[in-house]
Design a binder for this molecule. Sequence first.
Ligand code: 4AD
Ligand code: MG
Length: 473
Amino acid sequence: MQRTVIIDALKSKAFNQPINVRGWVRSRRGNKNVSFIALNDGSTVKTIQIVADLTKFPEEQLKPVTTGSCISATGILVESQGAGQAVEIQLTDLQVYGTADPDQYPLQKKGLSVEYLRTIAHLRPRTNLFGAIFRIRHNMAMAIHTYFHQHGYFYFHTPLITASDCEGAGQMFQVTTKNLYNLKKTEDGKIDYSDDFFGKQTSLTVSGQLEGELGATALGRIYTFGPTFRAENSNTPRHLAEFWMIEPEIAFMDLTELMDLEEDFIKFCVKWALDNCRDDLEFLNQFVDKGLIARLESIINAEFVRLPYTEGIRILQEAIKNGHKFEFPCEWGDDLASEHERYLVEEHFKRPVIMTNYPKAIKAFYMKIDEKESGYNGKSGQTVQGTDVLFPQIGEIIGGSVREESYDKLMNEIEERNIPMKDMTWYLDTRKYGSCPHAGFGLGFERLMLFVTGMQNIRDVIPFPRTPKTAEF
Ligand code: 4AD
Ligand code: MG
């Protein structure tokens, strides 16, 4: 008989007719007359109840039906007598696909900690919690593609293997086929990459932006959505070595339009979750974070604060004057620590903040230099049109900027920062031929996932996390 997925079975009104469902047993309980099997197939966080009459299915036959086992159950769909579910299935035929030894199956017990589940990441998608998270993850990916497609953006595929360091932070994983046991060096002691696979030194990308700019200055509006890699040794609940990034890049966009886009895009994604992931969000709201749904709803209606960096520093220094203690300094020119960002977002404004016009020295080489002075010391050209979107509990969720479109100014930055230009001529051609104003941003997909699920650790919103010293599964 054809299989019905459980999400459809639960909504079905085809009562007193045969139905077949297949999935993994969450639990089996009962008495000497009847046995109740809670079955889940991943299509929804909900389980369907299967009722076995023990005069037809002797206990012996149901013995392999333990938590974690996989079965095919055929029966008659009926309106449920019990509370908590609309329908149930009266079992007529049972097939056991795979057993799960109760003495060994690690998901036997309820209430296992997320830390423990991380050590069995190969099995955790079978829990209600991770099932919910990964269904939401899928839905957020659909939200992103839908948003950009509806707004006339083209999905532009940028390479994962690259010879350039977009963020200039040197946090790249090398890609090589060289024999590491026998490395040939040049006369001056450097590694000779000329005989490596690509004939030059290559790495995994930290961002698709530079190639994204090539797309935007031809197709007008593009976005990327793919894995990015950072070899930063940050063991925090918000950093991964492999994460997914969404990077729209738009020709003719200015700073205000960029901030409008960032705000509109995030709100669209959050609303999408509320509209499309209701059961999973209700589950998370009940078991993970009682304030989750209210927080998601409040974000949709909140107007994000737009705050120049210089003004932010003023607020932080005012707080210090009034007795607030921070661990790290925050003088003009300092990169804000997460305690500063959290103070602004969670205590001072109590809503998301888009911080702008950062000092040039703490931002990447490609950001457009402000012509206006920042209000700090009267000198112009010290700040850039960069934006970070700061969220409650998460901190930076988006980093973006207007790009410097002047060839000369950009060259100047590249030289001042000693960025190796040899491999960057292709990028500079955007400024050489038909240069245009443009802007873009990068949203960390897992940071968005943290916000939408209420989970506390970024390792729990991606199926198989990569972090320093862990590349299991
Ligand atoms: O601020 P970042 O470094 O900006 C860029 O890479 C730009 N090229 C983006 C652009 O303008 N097209 O990174 C962008 C976002 C951050 O705001 C953060 O959400 C996320 O990527 N991110 C990380 N997420 C998880 N783990 C890490 N190690 C991350 N590093 C950055
Ligand atoms: Mg950033």
